[in-house]
Design a protein around this ligand. Structure first.
Ligand code: AVJ
Ligand code: FE
Length: 485
């Protein structure tokens, strides 16, 4: 799907695709939906009703005169008000009630769409009136102008992305779940997930890059100079990606690929987890407290490393990008390799900057929509693909698999760009920035994973999490200064 003004039919189609995905991931027993599989995650039934509540808030109440459907839901499903670990103790809608609520909201949204006069969802005359609503919009929150919400179909893009983001969160919950598998492995079936662009990409057995090529030889140079970071024109960019601003960077090298499982096994074999000198003070304290010795979900079976993936145990594939490492592990690995993590600006420049035009691209390969040849996104398969399997998706500097496969930890904290303004609500980004002089609590991740829908990733997209988190589908890429030329 191309971000930007959509027809009502296209909005309905994309909403339906996201919903089919959410329903597929929650096609489980009531116990599986109500259970807290991990204190890190919500019960799945919370995510399910939360996406419906978000849709009610933004596509019904913000755009029309509709009143809330059920009193109390805004509070229960406000992610900012209730931490994940506490959500099972809320008076949640049960699984059947949640599905009914989603159907009710969706039916009303489709009625609103059907009633629209023009084919394109452009701002309409008379729609300037504000909507005093919004996720977490407390008393006193500024009304959000409807024309701004509707411009380029932004609010529809936001709700579509939001549901897909929660679908990825649900997958992380399902990966943490113990017991016999409940999720069909898309790579074991005939086709890709219905909503993904993926499917059988040019990967698997045909991965063309040897382990060695992915090591030292596998880095590319990004010459010194300015580039445009962030965006002021990307139609569905979140507020934290805005505004576009010029950044000058000295020359640097960055990995052509994300770091592989093979490299992580070498790090382990070389005693990387036991060498305090490789770790930051905070990282070492965390490593000791948690006895970190390998990525999450890895086990040792004699001489071979295995991993648990959605309830199945399999040998760790050496050529896949490593995932389920925290920022501290990534940092220690980089130090071991004589490298460092790229800053967020370096990552984005390597991903998007076209030195010929001087412009930044929506995706590494250009502005065309992702396909399975270009990127492993959208749960076309339930794992990253080997490095070297997406050469067509290379960026101008030659970096590959920047988009898809694994989220990539960067060295940077999550902070606002110069000129940042919250839109359309503070709780998407602003409340996660450092407050009142504190230092950043979250680290930025870039590029999306195999589980990320194409609508919810682009060169400018910013994700963030605590440096200790490992349940997300995150790996990393190495970088180093290029020195004076
Ligand atoms: C961007 C992944 C950190 O899950 O907290 C979902 C995305 N924001 N609903 C999160 C999000 C609101 C967000 N992350
Ligand atoms: Fe949310």
């Amino acid at each position: 799907m191309r971000p930007g003004p959509l027809t009502a039919a296209a909005v309905a189609g994309e909403l339906d695709a996201a919903r089919r995905r959410s329903l597929a991931y929650t096609d489980l027993t009531d116990d599986d939906l109500l259970r807290q599989h991990s204190p890190l995650m919500s019960p799945l039934v919370w995510d399910l009703a939360h996406v419906g509540n978000y849709e009610e808030i933004w596509l019904l109440r913000a755009l029309t005169e509709a009143r809330e459907l059920h009193a109390g839901l805004d509070d229960i499903y406000d992610a900012f008000r209730h931490k994940r670990a506490t959500r099972t103790s809320l008076p949640l809608l049960g699984p059947a009630e949640a599905r009914g609520y989603l159907r009710d909201v969706r039916a009303r949204v489709l009625d609103v769409l059907a009633a629209l006069e023009p084919d394109l969802l452009l701002p309409r005359p008379g729609a300037e009136a504000g909507a005093r609503t919004g996720a977490g919009a407390g008393a006193g929150a500024e009304p959000v102008p409807r024309n701004r919400l509707l411009a380029d179909s932004f609010v529809y893009g936001m709700v579509i992305q939001h549901e897909h983001q929660h679908d990825e969160t649900m997958l992380a919950t399902l990966q943490l779940r113990t017991g016999p598998p409940v999720l069909a492995d898309p790579a074991d079936t005939d086709g890709p997930h219905a909503d993904g662009p993926g499917g059988e990409g040019p990967d698997g057995a045909t991965a063309g890059i040897s382990a060695r090529a992915a090591g030292d030889a596998g880095e590319v140079l990004v010459p010194a100079g300015e580039f445009t970071m962030g965006t002021s024109t990307e139609p569905w960019a979140y507020d934290n990606e805005r505004p576009a601003h010029t950044v000058h960077l000295p020359a640097f090298h960055i990995g052509r690929f994300p770091v592989t499982n093979r490299a992580q096994m070498e790090f382990i074999a070389d005693g990387g987890y036991d060498d305090e000198r490789l770790w930051s003070a905070d990282g070492w304290a965390w490593r000791c407290a948690e006895h970190l010795s390998a990525p999450l979900f890895w086990s040792r079976d004699g001489d071979v490393w295995t991993r648990q993936r959605f309830g199945r145990v399999e040998p760790v594939p050496p050529d896949e990008p490593v995932q389920h490492v925290c920022w501290y592990e990534a940092e220690a690995h980089a130090r071991w390799a004589g490298r460092r993590l790229p800053t967020e600006a370096e990552w984005e420049k390597a991903c998007a900057h076209d030195p010929v035009t001087g412009r930044s691209r929506r995706y590494p390969w250009g502005d065309t929509d992702p396909t399975s040849e270009l990127a492993n996104l959208g749960h076309g398969r339930a794992r990253p693909t080997p490095v070297g399997s997406r050469p067509a998706g290379a960026s101008p500097c030659g970096a590959e698999q920047m988009i898809g496969d694994v989220w990539e930890w960067t060295a940077s904290g999550f902070t606002p760009y110069p000129g940042f303004a919250s839109f359309p609500y503070r709780e998407y980004s602003e409340v996660f920035y450092p407050q009142g002089g504190e230092s950043a609590r979250y680290r930025v991740l870039r590029g999306g994973s195999w589980a990320t829908h194409s609508s919810a990733v682009r060169s400018t997209f910013r994700n963030w999490d605590f440096p200790i988190r490992r349940q997300i589908f995150a790996g990393f890429r190495l970088a180093r200064d290029a020195g004076p030329s």
